[in-house]
Design a protein around this ligand. Structure first.
Ligand code: XCC
Length: 639
């Protein structure tokens, strides 16, 4: 592909530069592979290819008698619904298994078997314990931590009929009843996922609406898993506070050992941060000026939020970090690591190091990461990266000199602290009062990935700019935050350039009181994918403060470049909570009008939240704003 072609497929200038270099060197990336896959199968694209049993695949042609159903007699609506909810099962299993590992580590820390970990945020531990009903009075941190970890692990396999603890403790009475009446409150995370696989097995459930409700139960299991993941990660590593850092490929340093952490689970990446600090001298002895740690995807977001580690790329441009020729090692844990990175590593000196026994790539180096030997393992890995530095070929190093300032680290607590500087008695009122007064119109939360079906980063940035102009307060997580970071929207410069008058006034007012040297950004980075639980906390407390149910709140969500199964599970629980959720890529459900209607219309009647599928970012911004306006207007009228 030519440079001009690449420029049509990404709005990230650093990515375009690297893609051109890859093109010239005839190195294939996901950009080329996407093109090679065209045209994609229409049956698959619309969700009417059934591969659930091995009589199939069955492809549905509604107009052709005999082929309007699968061999077993499953209709298009059954097939579309089953395919869709199986994504949710995949997403929920990924998020919750991540949460389970964190819970085990907290338990083992409390039991003294994971000596490299400690309780970093005791205050958060107490808050979490109180939230889930663990006694705190007169008990020491270790005892409390143990009980909290056990409660978290119980949420995976509890056998009573009560909803999962973390779900129950974080929703209001109105939602509790709603979930009870619709029978979608999971009683155990693993059960909800296993049951969904059972429900969608050949010959179990053929009713599309029932299947979708089964999917929503798994989606709430996803929510449960990520809520406990966020809470317990904060306990172990600290609750994020505002930090100043940078984003894009320009964060790589030609004079240092460059190490990228990639994936999701901070149990390892956080240890790599500590190990890298301790091994600076070894890097210097190897001839480098030190160690430069960078992040990719959500493990990158985790260490950005807590340690200010810069972000090199989001999902879409992960291969291009290697294309700079300056990356000495890529350390991967789990999820969203394209196996294609290994092909790039083969063209350069970059060592790909896998660390999880469920996440390996043929040809890479595997160093099994173990919580009992965490620091030792992390050091071993960093030492491999240092050794790799000597193999770098300086003539092949080409780092695009492009990066933007990022002010990140806005956990729910950090946002509340910020608001408390203005109103210590009722911090959240700072946000809700500004909405009630019409100074800002509402809130939009960006989440989700990159998807080759869209122009890399374009939709996320476009929608954010459009909504900022219209005075919508913006928060973000995941690779959407990566896109916004690289475009300078997580910076103070972003406020000047894109905020509408009301939003600018609001942010400036926060800034005056904040006491932060860095100033405040246009969009507030709330963390990784699992940290969408922080976003849910924000809307729950806004609704509580305004004394309205969540479905009346002028709060919307957008996943402009959704890609993974996890993005589908997140979007699904977001709508059950009463939040309209835009998705900028059409998921495979157009093969059934009924299923499409359930997700966009029936969901609204039942839950107040629903999907808005819109692939045009300008139109999506309009639709999101219209939802915000309508809800905000009602609030102001009734004030
Ligand atoms: Fe993965 Fe979390 Fe998506 Fe990025 S955003 S591509 S899921 S890394 Ni959550």
């Amino acid at each position: 592909m030519s440079t001009a072609e690449f420029e049509k497929r990404t709005v990230d200038p650093a990515a375009a530069e690297m893609l051109t270099a890859a093109g010239e060197a005839q190195i294939l990336t996901s950009w080329d592979r996407y093109k090679a896959q065209q045209p994609q199968c229409k049956f698959g694209l619309t969700g009417i290819c059934c591969r659930i049993c091995i009589q199939g695949p069955c492809r549905i042609i509604p107009s052709r008698p005999g082929q309007d159903k699968g061999i077993c007699g499953a209709s298009a609506y059954t097939i579309v619904a089953r395919n869709l909810v199986r994504y949710i099962a995949g997403g929920a299993s990924a998020h919750s298994d991540h949460g389970r590992e964190i819970a085990y580590t907290l338990l083992h820390t409390a039991e003294g078997h994971a000596k490299d970990y400690k309780i970093t945020d005791g205050k958060k531990l107490i808050q979490v314990a109180e939230k889930i009903g663990v006694a705190t009075e007169g008990r020491d941190e270790i005892e409390i931590a143990k009980d909290v970890a056990v409660k978290a692990l119980e949420d995976f396999g509890k056998y009573d009929h009560e909803p999962c603890t973390w779900l129950n403790a974080t929703i209001d009475e109105e939602r509790r009843l709603k979930f009870k009446h619709t029978n979608i409150a999971p009683t155990a995370i693993d059960r909800a996922i296993a049951q969904l696989l059972h429900q969608t097995h050949i010959g179990t459930d053929a009713d599309p609406v029932n299947i979708i409700f089964g999917g929503l139960k798994a989606a709430l299991a996803d929510y449960t898993g990520m809520s406990l993941a966020t809470d317990l990660t904060d306990v172990l590593f600290g609750t994020p506070q505002p930090v100043l850092t940078e984003a894009n490929l320009g964060v790589l340093d030609a004079e240092k050992v460059n190490v990228a952490v990639h994936g999701h689970n901070p149990l390892l990446s956080q240890m790599v941060v500590y190990a890298a600090r301790e091994l600076e001298k070894e890097a210097v002895a190897a001839g480098a000026k030190g160690i430069n740690l960078v992040g990719i995807c959500c493990t990158g977001n985790e260490v950005l939020m807590r340690e200010g580690i810069p972000t090199a790329s989001n999902f879409g441009s992960q291969e291009l970090v290697i294309m700079t020729g300056a990356l000495d090692a890529m350390i991967m844990d789990v999820q969203c690591i394209s196996p294609g990175v290994k092909d790039l590593c083969n063209c350069f000196h970059t060592m790909l190091i896998t660390t999880s026994n469920i996440s390996k790539v043929p040809g890479s180096v595997h160093i099994e990461f173990n919580e009992t030997t965490a620091m030792e393992d992390a050091k071993k890995i960093v030492k491999l990266a240092i050794a790799q530095y000597g193999k770098r070929r300086p003539e092949r190093v080409k780092i695009p000199q492009l990066k933007k300032q990022v002010v990140g680290g806005f956990s729910y607590e950090a946002l509340i602290d910020l608001f408390a500087k203005i109103n210590p008695d009722s911090p959240i009122s700072v946000l809700t009062d500004a909405i009630a007064a019409g100074e800002i119109k509402g809130v939009c939360a960006f989440a989700g990935c990159n998807n080759q079906k869209t122009i890399h980063d374009h939709a996320t940035i476009t929608i954010a700019k459009e909504l900022a102009k219209k005075d919508v307060f913006l928060v973000s997580t995941g690779c959407a935050a990566g896109a916004l970071a690289k475009a300078g929207l997580l910076s103070t410069e972003g406020v000047e350039a894109f905020a509408g008058p009301g939003l600018k006034k609001f942010i400036k007012r926060l800034e005056e009181h904040s006491g932060l040297n860095a100033g405040l950004p246009l969009v507030y980075h709330m963390g990784s994918c699992v940290d969408n639980s922080r976003v849910a906390r924000l809307w729950s407390n806004m609704a509580k403060n305004m004394n309205i149910p969540v479905p009346q709140l002028p709060f919307v969500a957008s996943a402009p470049e959704a890609m993974s199964e996890k993005s589908i599970s997140i979007g699904s629980w977001v709508i059950t909570m009463g939040i309209p959720c835009h998705v900028g890529v059409m998921p495979p459900l157009e093969g059934s009008e009924l299923v499409h209607g359930v997700t966009t219309k029936i969901a609204r009647d039942v839950f107040g939240g629903y999907f808005i599928f819109e692939t045009d970012p300008e139109k999506a911004a309009e639709k999101l704003y219209e939802r915000i306006e309508k809800r905000g207007w009602k609030l102001r009228v009734h004030k």
